[in-house]
Design a protein around this ligand. Sequence first.
Ligand code: B1M
Length: 220
Amino acid sequence: MSGDVKEILKKVRDAILEYNPDKTVEAVNEALKVGLSPMKIMEKGVTQALKEIGKMFEEGKVFLPELIMAGEAGKAALKILEPKIKERKEKIKSYGKVLLATVEGDIHDIGKSLVGAVLMANGFEVIDLGADVPTDKLIEKVKELKPDVVGLSALMTTTMLNQEKVIKKLEETGLRGTVKVIVGGAPVTEEWAKRIGADAYGADAMDAVKKIKELLNIKE
Ligand code: B1M
């Protein structure tokens, strides 16, 4: 990666680490102007900075206000990058319908939204139910919208349990066989996905697309 590309991506990271949404928007637009891909700006700029802040929060070096402000700066970046990620690969036909949600009790939605944007850019129809989605509402939407895949995001060890709750509810309502379930989010692992009976685990947005294509036997 050339020096000035590194410099521009550092500008994006620094703006988030300064919890400054306006400066973040400026840096993201500058990175887009020099031709950096929206995914690269997201991964090497935004996600990296948010991971750093997460670590500092864990180590007690920053606290909730910083987490909130970092989230706001991250969302400001995503607001610009998400449509660009979606428009990157316009596909007429849709490979399938994916229902996305962050589970009940969890309001983290940056990662889920990024997964949704990349899925759209890869030719999927995505219905994003947002964050903190009650399990019963999710089941209702599966009945109503008949998706091929249900994607569940959870960012906390406490809320991961609601991924298991959704799968159990799909079984109880006889819907389990009608959908494939993929789970993801920072604390989620392959082992967790297997343990709760999910069909797949997505480590990041690109992995989520790859796994969903495998689940739906899409050879492309
Ligand atoms: Co909070 N938060 N947060 N937080 N926050 C974390 C998750 C935490 C890890 C920070 C820490 O302590 N290190 C920690 C959870 C600890 C744990 O349980 N393991 C934590 C905590 C504790 C909290 C609060 C409880 C703080 C408090 O109030 N005391 C609170 C919880 C509120 C709630 O949910 N009820 C809280 C609140 C928040 C904000 C709302 C302020 C804000 C979120 C803003 C928003 O989302 N709109 C926030 C933020 C920003 C973070 C960190 C710093 C960054 C998360 C993020 O957006 N990363 C986070 C630290 C961390 O994760 N290391 C932290 C960028 C994003 C692109 O990555 O979401 O991992 P990620 O998504 C990736 C992959 O996970 C994967 O692909 C994505 C793209 O590559 N993926 C999927 C995600 N979903 C997927 C779904 C799939 C497939 C792949 O299939 C469907």
